[in-house]
Design a protein around this ligand. Structure first.
Ligand SMILES: Nc1ncnc2c1ncn2[C@@H]1O[C@H](COP(=O)(O)OP(=O)(O)OP(=O)(O)O)[C@@H](O)[C@H]1O
Ligand SMILES: [Mg+2]
Length: 304
């Protein structure tokens, strides 16, 4: 008798943004504008869905990326960098004449970041090329809001197939978030993103509006102040505290939180456990400036 083949790790499809992040470590973001020296510089892949996909793989899952880059100097190397991390980039679209998104990330001595993002151009909005049949093998779908048409198409297809979905509800136009939240199971906002979705109301009320509009779970991440969340079944707000760490670079902590959360959902963890798992991943990213692997995360979960 032969042994049954080991089950593959769960697959998370990550749809959205892939950005060339130029990260400058500086003392301070000076005002008024002046000439200054950076302590360090790094060029690497960024973007919500891309950072999340890397987190999925480092934490033990499989990730398939859906998105577009230009056929410029940035697109190819970015795709290679994600592929080198083990993310399946075979369905990435290289758009002829398109320009890839780029960010200048300024990280100050406290580890806080300012980002100037160029969103790219000529990447096309048409989502009909998306190979939606690939969802059949997926255990979760994660979308960011930077490609509305693609996210809508994929979220509808995931819902039809009963595949759980997660939205990174990051800072965006109100209309974009209002279009996507009803289509998603887990609407996980950043603090500015929740304000865009439900302007002028308290966070708990914003989350209630998200579940009233169709999400099953709504949450808002608040950096070191931890995560506030509620569910459709139990609309009492609950808090998942942040793990106390000394932050060196908070860039991408939210993206990594979302990747870890989507993997936890793909692994069928309960919502409270998934929030804790994701918080640990976000904390380690903020502490180390690096996306964590599974073992240190599990250690933090046990010790924290
Ligand atoms: N300084 C920190 N200490 C501990 N945990 C942190 C810290 N910063 C972030 N985290 C964890 O990561 C989660 C997401 O962080 P945050 O709310 O800052 O994301 P964000 O605003 O979306 O930012 P970005 O998308 O740029 O990473 C937090 O809810 C928390 O669990
Ligand atoms: Mg974020």
């Amino acid at each position: 008798m032969t042994d049954a083949p080991a089950a593959l790790p769960p697959l998370v499809v990550c749809l959205g943004n892939l950005v060339a992040d130029h990260t400058f470590s500086v003392q301070e973001v000076e005002q008024p504008p002046s000439k200054n020296i950076a302590r360090a510089y790094r060029l690497g892949p960024g973007g919500m869905a891309a950072n999340a996909a890397i987190a999925v793989v480092r934490l033990g899952g499989r990730a398939l990326f859906w998105g577009r880059v230009g056929d410029d100097m940035n697109g190819g190397p970015l795709a290679e960098a994600l592929a080198a991390e083990g993310v399946d980039m075979s369905q990435l679209r290289h758009v002829p004449g398109g320009r890839t998104p780029v960010s200048a990330v300024l990280v100050d001595r406290m580890g806080e970041r300012s980002i100037f993002n160029y969103r790219g151009e000529g990447l096309g909005l048409d989502p009909t090329w998306l190979p939606l049949d690939s969802l059949a093998a997926a255990s979760a779908l994660l979308c960011d809001p930077r490609w509305l048409e693609g996210a809508e198409q994929a979220l509808l297809a995931a819902r039809q197939r009963g595949i759980p979905s997660v939205l990174d509800g990051e800072k965006s136009e109100t209309r974009i978030l209002r279009q996507l939240v009803p289509l998603v199971d887990h609407a996980i906002f950043s603090t500015p993103g929740l304000q865009n979705f439900a302007p002028g109301v308290a966070p708990a009320e914003g989350l209630r509006r998200a579940v009233a509009s169709g999400a099953r779970v709504a949450a808002v991440t608040r950096g070191e102040a931890g995560t506030l969340w509620l569910t459709r079944e139990d609309p009492t707000p609950r808090e998942t505290p942040a793990f106390p760490v000394e932050a060196t670079n908070t860039t991408g902590a939210g993206d990594v939180f979302h990747g870890a959360y989507a993997l936890a959902i793909a692994e069928r963890q309960e919502v409270a456990a998934a929030m804790r798992f994701a918080s640990a991943a976000g904390a380690l990213r903020a502490r180390d400036g690096e996306t964590p692997r599974r073992l240190p995360l599990e250690e933090l979960l046990v010790g924290g």
